[in-house]
Design a binder for this molecule. Sequence first.
Ligand code: MG
Ligand code: MG
Length: 248
Amino acid sequence: MISIKSPREIEIMKIAGNIVYRTHQYLKPYLKEGITTLELDHLAEEFIRSQGATPSFKGYNGFPGSICISINDEVVHGIPSKRKIHNGDLVSIDIGACYKGYHGDSAWSYIVGKATSKKAYLLEHTEKALYQGLSQIREGIHLGDVSHAIEEYAKAHHLGVVKELVGHGVGTHLHEDPEVPNYGKEKTGPILKAGMVIAVEPMLNFGSSDIYMLDDDWTILTDDGEPSAHFEHTVVVTKDGYQILTGE
Ligand code: MG
Ligand code: MG
């Protein structure tokens, strides 16, 4: 069942989402060559807690970190560790925060230092794929219209669409109905209604869409070793469009 959030719930979710947004902004100046992913994790956790929220991912199904940091061929769910960031790394940071019982969820990808043209291309078009999907959203459309728009954009730019991992509803649970795949057919799936809150999150690969899981049971990597990027916003559906909750 897809829940419809009340105006009061949406006000709380705006705060949760804004904390996620500001955590991303807070981390940016630290995202430099030489810092470890665990140091970034600690900075994020401290910041989230200083805002009266808790990191949504910490302990989620046993996840050990507060945020997910996935580098280069890592798609998602990278576990913070003593691994250092290097010049030219493509770093995807996924952050969730829970405020007064409601979650916000947003991922962003960055290139540290000098980017190869391959990584720059992947970054540019994965972000655009997110906005292409979001641009479909308004009350009355089918969820498949969003999925389809992302897939078509990715295909037109020859990028691999990860299919095993999908976006989702957000609310008092980090992952709620509906699933929001990054592929699909127009005019299929549930019809969106004002007050639904969903996280749209394309994960696109420079090469093939095939992935595998590391034996840490978390980290997802591309099969062919090509880089992957991840952009995500939590948004609320409105009568004539959508509003980003994980923004300013
Ligand atoms: Mg996320
Ligand atoms: Mg998500």
